[in-house]
Write a protein that binds this ligand. Structure first.
Ligand code: FBP
Length: 342
């Protein structure tokens, strides 16, 4: 910090962090394009009331959700930034039915799947929302097709999310590396490395997070598990915002379990694999947690092992600290299922 200036000339910026850890100039450009989008989206979210950006856009997105004005704007912001970065070939957005193939001459080695504004149901009531992204490298010799992104989550190079709340925080990780949080410093408009994310020792706070409104359609072991969360001397606390980004951000910092399981109405659950399941699963696992599909197609598996059938495919989500996901498995074991051993 320059004496008396308040200016930290060595501030650990996002670009500096990516360059030091990868020496990959293209990845620095990509992360800068994602960071720029998040800054623009956070400004739009903050000014939504003033700029008449609340409410519906009047269209439906690829998975049948009514698009909010801010969904459409955030989507345009992400697509423009990634397409013009010169380092992307294939883009998959929650808001677009088909993958976006970047025009020849502007293509690069990366393929990005993203949810431009997660937590749409919370936009108009000013509850935290976010952006989620997962990055793949194009396959050797490929000209940039859907096949470059319809792969298992373990093939991702890096993934992350940005949460728009009292602070704007970008959390991301490279495959196999630590999970880092960058806070947007409004005084310089730059994301600064602020903390390392890791599940608290011993599991941290006992918190469960799920939409219990769906409980009637759940498997009995899930009903039994959630009932057990509520009993005992120190029962679990219930916390559910309805924005996956906000619920996962809290789960990584405080501990606990987040669930959007399969149910009788939605045998694949609700959340989409490529731009919700995979990115969050990489962060949860690399923070020392477990990211499971729960009982899915007759067995229990890692979310990152799933291979999506199409770009908007869904999978059940059971993710959190080891203590709590193992607690969840116990109820299936009691019901006679073979569950993964950690
Ligand atoms: P989108 O808002 O991007 O469609 O995301 C889906 C989502 O809002 C998640 O953020 C959240 O976890 C879940 O759906 C909430 O679903 P429900 O309202 O059924 O509980």
């Amino acid at each position: 910090m320059e004496q008396g200036t308040g200016v930290d000339v060595n501030a650990p910026t996002l670009a500096g962090f990516v360059m030091q850890n990868t020496k990959d100039k293209d990845l620095v450009i990509l992360m800068q394009a994602i960071a720029l989008s998040c800054k623009q989206i956070s400004t739009a979210v903050k000014r939504a009331g003033i700029a008449q950006l609340y409410g519906l856009a009047g269209e439906m997105n690829s998975t049948g959700d009514d698009q909010k004005k801010l969904d459409v704007m955030s989507n345009d912001i992400m697509i423009n930034a990634l397409r013009n970065s010169g380092v992307c070939s294939v883009l998959v957005s929650e808001e677009d039915e088909e993958p976006i193939i970047v025009p020849e001459g502007m293509q690069g080695k990366y393929c990005v799947a993203f949810d431009p504004l997660d937590g749409s149901s919370n936009i108009d009531c000013n509850v935290s929302v976010g952006t989620i992204f997962g990055v793949y490298e194009k396959k050797e010799g490929s000209t940039g097709t859907t096949a470059d992104i319809l792969r298992c989550g373990d093939d991702m190079l890096c993934a992350g999310y940005c949460v728009y709340s009292s602070a704007v925080e970008l959390v991301f990780a490279f495959k196999g590396g630590g999970v880092h949080c960058f806070c947007l410093d409004p005084s310089i408009g730059e994301f600064i490395n602020s903390r390392v994310m890791k599940f608290p020792e011993g599991g941290g706070k006992k918190i469960f997070s799920c939409n219990e409104g769906n409980s009637e359609k759940w498997d009995q072991p899930i009903k039994d598990c959630v009932a057990a969360f509520k009993i005992g001397e120190k029962p679990y606390a219930a916390r559910y915002t309805g924005s996956m980004v906000a619920d996962i951000h809290r789960t990584l910092l405080y501990g606990g379990i987040f669930m959007y399981p399969a149910d009788k109405k939605s045998p694949k659950g609700k959340l989409r694999i490529l731009y919700e399941g995979f990115p969050m699963a990489m962060l949860i696992e690399q923070c020392g947690g477990i990211a499971s599909t729960g009982l899915f197609n007759g067995s229990f598996g890692r979310i990152l092992d799933v291979v999506p059938q199409h770009i908007h495919d869904r999978c059940p989500i059971i993710m959190g600290g080891e203590r709590d996901v193992v607690f969840f498995y116990d109820f299936y074991e009691k019901a006679g299922f073979t569950v993964p051993k950690s």
